[in-house]
Design a protein around this ligand. Sequence first.
Ligand code: 6GU
Length: 236
Amino acid sequence: MIRIDVITAFPEYFRGPFGESMIRQAQRRVGLEINLWDLRDFTHDAHRTVDDTPYGGGAGMVMKPEPFFEALEYLFGQGLPREQTKIIYPSPQGKVFTNRVAQKLAQEKSLVFLCGHYKGIDQRVIDYWVDEEISIGDYVLTGGELATVVIVDAVIRWIPGVVGDIESVKSDSFEGDLLDAPYYTRPEIYRGLKVPDVLRSGNHQAIERWRLEKRIEKTRAVRPDLYKKFVEKNKL
Ligand code: 6GU
């Protein structure tokens, strides 16, 4: 059982992705609980202001500390146990998110995501509250909402019961430092394009060998960094 709380100035952003597919299945099937909290509900001015100009000057705005402090104090005041919660701040300054990080986060009881916008959140929120600052890659998004959706999706796949067959999760890309093999379904010939014979041979050993070859070939071609890891770990 995992509980996820998201603190955001744009809660509507999540209704689509969290209402669909895998994430909804997870909420039904394994009792995943997702709560959205509107950051603006923790402001006190008529304009419900969540940002302000940066000390030291420069372009862009910074998210004010008070609404985040008050939202978190509210959550933990409502009985969410702080010591059993990981507070995550998705940001380009974070450590890079990988499938391994996703698998580890899936073992937590409670995750809280703080969504930043503009230049980011006042550093005091990060220093005082945040357990993990996580980036989903070397590019900049307009806000942390999309990164939160990405992280939540990748995390919940690792909760037993979310994906029907956990073996499928384990054979996906990146397991064993390799990308996944190509897949085919019917028809056997489509517009003259054939499914590889080996996949129709019924020879499971040959199929496994072929799949491994394809994974190695593809990884070597598009991800030399991963391929190097694979070669080193397997002493090839
Ligand atoms: Cl987590 N947030 C934003 N705003 N941009 C990003 C990111 C996160 N990860 C990569 N780019």
